[in-house]
Design a protein around this ligand. Structure first.
Ligand SMILES: [Zn+2]
Length: 575
């Protein structure tokens, strides 16, 4: 069987064999043993053939057209040359650095959005528009500057969302499970908190007169947003109900309490987490029968009332709990907005009730309308928080749709702001053990099968797989045959190598995409805690502001000391 390049089209099961590499086979022996190498090659060839044949029998539907997967325009080399030349032209323009002062900073945080998730979300987005998908450009793909972020926590090789949030929001690496405190604080040890608090870029922005906002699809007191305003030895201290008596007696406050008390004039807070704001057993406004949705607070406080009481009387503050109320608001008349749309985390985008729950894009649009009224600008943190949850559950489809929705929100923010005065950073806190592969052909459904069966257990497999997680499934002593299940279902749990009830984070670097003033400072392999230092520098907030005196906040590039010197020389002013 000499054919090495052939494809079978039909449904999403396509068979391809570029370079004869489409079969899994034993690793090559060392080259110093030619006999073994020969046997290996023979075995590999046989494996390839049997795989192809069985794959053909299992999967072949329709006609064989070797070139049908390739879009017509891509066959012309001119297409690729023009495309590359245009990219080059755009890249050359980047030599004129944007050194404006960033009036606004928007940070998009895809929780658990590792690079493999970004790529898969890109393909999904393209396929939702009926394209093959691989060629699609996400909104974040259009950002001119990209860096890598090293995500480890001070005490963890593979990090969690709390320690990482402290890094990319407060500029200091910390222990896993802690928020808004340095590595001197030990998780769950309340008495190691005091004196080790670190402040966030949200606070720095507030202190310099900017408006600030938090938008998330998780609870507003979840790990990511909480690092902007809280200092807690434990990310799980959502309300006092979740805290050990010892921590309460030592005077530590829960994160919901801190949200309302630490920085009292956060202009926009949108997300989930209603139950942590109300006294224990308070019936939820939306889920009256659901006991789990009831208030949790042991201290009897109504934090919504407290939030309202802290707002100046002459300002307009609004608390909303559903989409209708949110969309009915006139942002021009809103000074402070608190929106809590679920008792806990918000629903997955795929499951979202359009009557009661806003999308992430809708929340971002309203947030920017409110925040941008401040002539001194704003800082906004937007979290696509449930990419992470989809992955933990092994539900790749949920995770990827969350990522696509966050990308829509990035586009929404881009349409409402200018590169001249707004620094936008998109990144992730950490990755997941999520992968996709299997020599799938161009345009293969991202949720589809690899175009062959395993040469070992003779069963098909999905392109998407997890290193560990709840999708591990053995039926009758063998790996489950995925062709017997609906692997394109919203809640399908992709197979994993190791059984775990919750799939884990991944430890590799994540991408940082940046555009706008000083975006070029995100340019290489950085420690994660570098990110807020760049954002603060760009906006002339926080500690490092020496360069700001000569900078022009109106949006035109600052001349820089050397240029200034040259301009002054002919006037003899310096002599
Ligand atoms: Zn996670």
């Amino acid at each position: 069987m000499g054919i090495r390049s052939w494809e079978v089209r039909g449904s999403e099961h396509r068979l391809t064999s570029p370079n004869g590499l489409t079969t899994a086979s034993p690793p090559p022996p060392t080259l110093s043993h030619p006999r073994r190498l020969y046997l290996w090659a023979l075995e590999r060839e046989r494996a390839l053939e049997s795989t192809m044949i069985s794959a053909f029998l299992v999967l072949a539907v329709g006609t064989c057209l070797a070139t049908s997967l390739v879009p017509e325009k891509e066959k012309d080399p001119k297409y690729w040359r023009d495309q590359a030349q245009q990219t080059l032209k755009n890249a050359l323009r980047l030599q004129n650095l944007n050194t404006n002062v960033a009036k606004n900073i928007i940070m998009f945080l895809g929780d658990g959005m590792g690079v493999s998730t970004v790529t898969a979300a890109r393909i999904l987005k393209g396929q939702l528009h009926h394209n093959p998908g691989e060629e699609t450009r996400l909104e974040m793909d259009k950002f001119p500057h990209v860096a890598l972020s090293k995500t480890y926590n001070t005490n963890a090789q593979v990090p969690d969302s709390a320690g990482t949030a402290t890094a990319y929001l407060c500029g200091v690496k910390a222990n896993e499970g802690t928020v808004g405190v340095s590595a001197a604080t030990q998780r769950s040890q309340c008495n190691t908190t005091r004196g080790n608090e670190v402040t966030s870029i949200l606070r720095w922005a507030k202190d310099s007169g900017k408006s600030v906002g938090i938008v998330t699809t998780t609870r507003v007191n979840h790990a990511t947003p909480s690092a902007t305003y809280a200092h807690s030895a434990d990310r799980d201290w959502y309300s006092d109900n979740e805290m050990p008596p010892e921590a309460l007696s030592q005077g530590c406050k829960d994160i919901a309490y801190q949200l309302m008390h630490n920085i009292r004039d956060i202009e926009v807070i949108l997300g989930g987490g209603r139950k942590y704001m109300f006294p224990k057993n308070t019936t939820d406004v939306e889920y009256e029968q659901d006991e789990k949705a009831r208030g949790t607070r042991l201290d009897g406080l109504n934090l919504i009332d407290i939030w309202k009481s802290f707002k100046p009387r002459h300002k307009h503050s609004h608390y909303v709990w559903n989409r209708t109320e949110l969309l009915a608001l006139k942002p021009s008349t809103v000074d402070y907005l608190l929106g809590l749309f679920e008792p806990g985390d918000m629903q997955y985008e795929l499951n979202r009730n359009n009557g009661t729950d806003p999308s992430l894009s809708e929340m971002v649009e309203i947030a920017i309308k409110i925040l941008s009224k401040n002539p001194r600008g704003f800082f906004l943190l937007v979290e696509g928080g449930r990419i992470d949850h989809g992955h933990h559950e092994g539900k790749a489809k949920q995770a990827l749709h969350e990522a696509v929705e966050m990308d829509l929100a990035i586009g929404q923010a881009g349409a409402m702001t200018s590169l001249e005065d707004t620094l936008t950073v998109v990144t992730a806190d950490h990755s997941h053990v999520f992968t996709f592969g299997g020599y799938t052909p161009r345009g293969n459904s991202i949720f589809g099968l690899a175009p062959m069966v395993s040469d070992t257990d003779k069963k098909p497999f999905t392109a998407i797989l997890y290193g560990n997680g709840p999708g591990y499934k053995v039926v009758g002593g063998e790996r489950e045959n995925v062709s017997m299940v609906d692997y394109a279902h919203n809640n399908y749990q992709a197979q994993s190598a190791v059984p775990l009830r919750h799939e884990t984070h991944g430890g590799e670097d994540v991408a940082v995409f940046a555009k706008g003033p000083m975006a070029h400072l995100l340019h290489g392999v950085h420690e994660q805690n570098y990110i807020p230092h760049v954002m603060a520098y760009a906006a002339c907030i926080g500690a490092n502001r020496d360069h700001c005196a000569s900078a022009n906040s109106s949006g035109s590039p600052s001349p820089g000391p050397l240029l200034l010197l040259l301009a002054l020389l002919p006037l003899g002013i310096l002599f």
